[in-house]
Write a protein that binds this ligand. Structure first.
Ligand SMILES: [Mn+2]
Length: 355
């Protein structure tokens, strides 16, 4: 954190507490100063936190009310606190004000600090990606006529945990047929039939860190229109991946894929951002979108996920989690991105032109 902006930061958010301490709790406050990290947490977590965080030199205090927080803040001599206003409730704000300190909106400081990953964080994200991909591979044998979206999602999520993840990084999206044209379709009871595209957007959590991946494949023989649109999305993905460079803004990287789809006449069907940062949050800075003014620098992890959505017909999204490394994106993913179809319980490359 940049302590020239505020000499003391107060961390109020669950994911940010995890980020700054490495300890997960559903309540509590972390107080950051240049030379020390303090953690105030209630009795449900106090002993476990004390034990785990002593090694890191983080001092843990037991308490659930503002008086304990107030006395810990007094130790820092803070007159002004940096707080992430975007993650703080009005009620919390009133509580902090009652402690007699001034509050400064430090949301951009938090975003900046969290977007560049350490080697340890990168290793956790890499593992979360590997677990997600292994689970995806295992679940393809379940992709059969009659399975529902919910059943397939549940099979995948079961494997996440069996493969060592603590859970999902978001609710798994499984979309069959025309449901794939809804970018964030709510996984439901639709059953799979031959001739349907299958879109799966999923990720898991390992040691607090997320993965995020989407693949779209076909159950049966794809239509000509689907194959053509698929190849446009794939090209847009590759153009962004091959040409993104450290120091470009999120907007510039987004533009690479957007221009590619526009050149294929599909620009108007690419209705969301190209990507987002990934860390303890599945969506965080940097924002790889037409509004992304911030630069994407080495050490940042983000998604590349162009898509096209033809309402009532089909949707296609191809997403990798990538690391900006030595000036260029490097994908964490090993799952092929070319068009695949399900054959004998396995994914197989489709090289035809469609029917
Ligand atoms: Mn994503």
């Amino acid at each position: 954190m940049d302590f020239s902006k505020a000499s003391v930061y107060l961390v109020t958010d669950e994911k940010q507490r995890l980020y700054f301490t490495g300890f997960h709790s559903t309540a509590g406050h972390v107080i950051l100063t240049q030379d020390k990290t303090r953690f105030v947490v209630d009795s449900r977590y106090f002993y476990a936190a004390s034990k785990k965080l002593a090694k890191k030199g983080i001092e843990v205090f037991c308490g659930s009310d503002f008086s304990v927080l107030g006395s810990v803040l007094e130790q820092t001599g803070a007159k002004a606190l940096g707080v992430d206003f975007s993650l703080t409730t009005v009620k919390q704000l009133e509580g902090y004000k009652a402690l007699g300190v001034e509050l400064i909106d430090a949301s951009s400081e938090y975003q900046k600090a969290m977007s560049v990953k350490t080697d340890e964080e990168i290793a956790y994200i890499q593992k979360a990606c590997a677990i997600a991909e292994k689970s995806f591979k295992q679940v393809i044998s379940c992709v059969k006529e009659g399975i529902s979206e919910r059943e397939l999602a549940t099979e995948l999520e079961y494997r996440f945990k069996m493969n060592g993840a603590s859970g999902c990084s978001f609710d798994t999206i499984v979309a069959f047929g025309a449901n794939s044209a809804v970018p964030h379709h709510e996984t439901g009871d639709k059953r799979l039939k031959a001739g349907m595209p299958v879109l799966m957007d999923f990720g898991c959590v390992y040691k607090g860190y997320c993965s995020d991946i989407t693949r779209t494949f076909y159950f049966g023989t794809p239509t000509k229109q689907f194959v053509s649109a698929y190849n446009s999305v794939l090209t847009a993905h590759e153009v962004a991946y091959d040409n993104a460079r450290a120091g470009m803004t999120g907007k510039e990287i987004d533009g690479l894929a957007r221009q590619s789809l526009e050149a294929d006449g599909l620009g108007k069907f690419f209705t969301h951002s190209l990507g987002h940062g990934i860390g303890v949050n599945v969506h965080e800075a940097p924002w790889v979108s037409p509004k992304g003014d911030g630069k994407v620098e080495n050490g940042m992890v983000f998604s590349i996920e162009p898509g096209v959505y033809l309402n009532g017909k089909f949707g296609i999204r191809i997403e990798d989690s990538v690391l900006m490394c030595e000036g260029k994106p490097k994908t964490f993913m090993k799952t092929p991105k070319y068009l695949q179809i399900v054959k004998n319980g396995k994914l197989k490359r489709y090289t035809g032109i469609g029917k």
